[in-house]
Design a protein around this ligand. Structure first.
Ligand code: ADP
Ligand code: MG
Length: 250
């Protein structure tokens, strides 16, 4: 079953539909009538000023926030269902002196066995396979607190990709990553979405990457101000106004 904003065929093989989604926290309207479609294999960047509601929107899709409206996922030949979502949170801080290794982190997240018992052989193989997806095999025994911003993002990404999701959601993955790390991470996300035909929805403040990597950019400030191809959004008056620029793109 395929859907569009109006209930008809969407024209794409699979699709996350968000229709007229509004979120109110207390008496504060945080999001109003958000509409967007994310298709399989597509990378969609959600941008907006601080406090625009980007993280709240991601939490809503993750099912952590009550909302009004419709959030649905459909695949060809299948009934509308809950998608499997992989989530990479905004860079969590780890203590550099903490002995927790990357392997331990996977064990905590994926295994019922207490981390202090160490990793079983099969679990270690699975962790190595997960890290291979992000070209991070060499990180398995590193301490999490000593990883660079880019390495930590790759580890979190590897965790979010097991089991493989339909939609990968990342909140500000580029913050705290240097310019070379940003390009590496974006290249990797690009490769992952093509290899596994999954959709990526990410928030970012780094607009320089959008032309090259995003299929669709959605600018929000509590509501959708404009959405479309990167060049359309980045050159729009809505963009200049939202980021208080005088007639020019970032
Ligand atoms: P962004 O990620 O775009 O910076 P957020 O989604 O974090 O924005 O926040 C949007 C608005 O919602 C902010 O004004 C924030 O204070 C408010 N908000 C978010 N979560 C809560 C909450 N749990 N309780 C009250 N207000 C919240
Ligand atoms: Mg945020």
């Amino acid at each position: 079953m395929r859907f569009s904003l109006h209930g008809g065929p969407c024209g794409h093989s699979c699709c996350l539909r968000v229709e007229n989604v509004s979120v109110t926290i207390g008496s504060d309207p945080i999001l109003q009538n958000i509409n967007l479609h994310v298709h399989c294999g597509e990378m969609v960047a959600l941008i907006g000023p601080n406090g625009a509601g980007k993280s709240t929107f991601l939490k809503t899709i993750l099912g952590q926030q009550e909302y009004d409206g419709i959030i649905a996922f459909s695949e060809p030949g299948k009934r509308s269902k809950k998608p499997r979502i992989g989530y990479v949170p905004q860079s969590p801080a780890f203590d550099p002196s903490d002995p927790l290794s990357v392997a331990d982190l996977f064990a905590c997240c994926m295994s019922r066995r207490p981390a202090f018992l160490g990793l079983s052989g099969s679990m270690r193989e699975l962790v190595a396979e997960c890290l291979e997806r992000v070209h991070g095999e060499d990180l398995i025994d590193k301490r999490v607190g000593t990883l660079s911003g880019g390495e930590l993002q790759r580890v979190l990404l590897a965790l979010a990709l097991e089991p493989l999701p339909n939609i990968l959601i990342l909140d500000e993955p580029l913050s705290g990553v240097d310019i070379e790390g940003m390009e590496n991470l974006m290249d990797m996300l690009d490769e992952i979405r093509k290899t596994y035909d999954l959709s990526i929805l990410m928030t970012t403040h780094d607009f320089s990457m959008l032309d090259r990597y995003a299929d669709q950019v959605v600018l929000i400030d509590r509501q959708v101000l404009i959405s479309g191809k990167p060049e359309t959004v980045l050159n729009s008056p809505e963009f200049s106004q939202a980021f208080h620029m005088k007639g020019g793109r970032a």
